[in-house]
Design a protein around this ligand. Structure first.
Ligand code: NAP
Length: 248
């Protein structure tokens, strides 16, 4: 028996990076995976093939998490295709970094809409299903930056801090229905995004982390498996820091 056997998850933003790592790890743990992406169709098709090869039901959906109606439609489509949803991972996110002095209104709005409003959209869309079945695990991807702040990322930090307040409120609202809501706050996770940075910059970040390395998507994915599985049945309203000790 695998940890996520007979469960179905929706994972937003899984065509690359952390979301892709979560999708693969979930499939290895027996979970059926419905995942979304914004525009990377070829990468999504490739992932769908890889997931099916692991022996689980899997499908990618092009769906804008920032669009309220699209989130409703997505959940309808996933219910039609999979017949159940047990886990929602709100992972889709973007950055539009700049110092406040140079940050335009559009940079603020798009980051809030894609990172934070998406969490409202998707949680609202699965709520009815979770209430009916009287169980569900919500996992939202925040960041160390949402807890600590970061110069040049006021929009991103605000969106990631907002996710924590949202999750704790939902944990209080829906706990009596056996619906759990938790946050993961990754530190520095090495993805294609960080591959673009200069090696000496990356190395100086690694040196500052107590565990002396950047995280891998699998490190975040394993924490998600725990929060999605029955092993965490008595855990809700929490923020789990997956950051190699960065905040210590
Ligand atoms: P990434 O490599 O840039 O991947 C982002 C994913 O989100 C892609 O699959 C992208 O799809 C999708 N996406 C973007 N906008 C979307 C939208 N409007 N609707 C649906 N999907 C959308 O990012 P990552 O590094 O894996 O980060 C994943 C999450 O972890 C984010 O929430 C990020 O803030 C958080 N996080 C990352 C780190 C880190 O160090 N990497 C640290 C802390 C927190 P397309 O491929 O189609 O564009």
């Amino acid at each position: 028996m695998k940890l996520l056997d007979q469960k179905t998850a929706i994972i937003t933003g899984a065509s690359r990076g952390i979301g892709r790592g979560i999708a693969l790890t979930f499939a290895q743990n027996g979970c059926a995976v419905a995942f979304t992406y914004s525009s990377s169709t070829a990468a999504a098709e490739q992932l769908e093939t890889e997931l099916k090869a692991l022996g689980v039901n899997a499908k990618g959906y092009q769906s804008n998490a920032a669009d309220f109606e699209a989130a409703q439609q997505l959940v309808e489509d996933v219910m039609a295709d999979f017949g159940q949803i047990d886990i929602l991972i709100n992972n889709a996110g973007i950055t539009k970094d700049n110092l406040l002095m140079r940050m335009g209104e559009a940079d603020f709005d798009s980051v809030i809409n894609i990172n934070l409003k998406s969490v409202f959209n998707m949680t609202k869309a699965v709520q009815r299903t979770f209430l009916k079945q009287r169980h569900g695990s919500l996992i939202h991807m925040s960041s160390v930056v949402g807890v600590k702040g970061n110069a040049g990322q006021a929009n991103y930090a605000a969106s990631k801090a907002g996710i924590i307040g949202f999750s704790k409120s939902i944990a209080l609202e829906l706990g009596s229905r056996n619906i759990r809501s938790n946050v993961i706050a990754p530190g520095f996770i090495e993805t294609e995004m960080t591959d673009k940075l200069a090696e000496d910059v990356v190395q100086s970040w690694r040196d500052g982390i107590p565990l002396k390395r950047g995280g891998q998507p699998e490190d975040v994915a394993n924490a998600c498996v725990f929060l999605a599985s029955n092993l965490s049945n008595y855990i809700t309203g929490q923020v789990l820091h997956v950051d190699g000790g960065m905040l210590t």
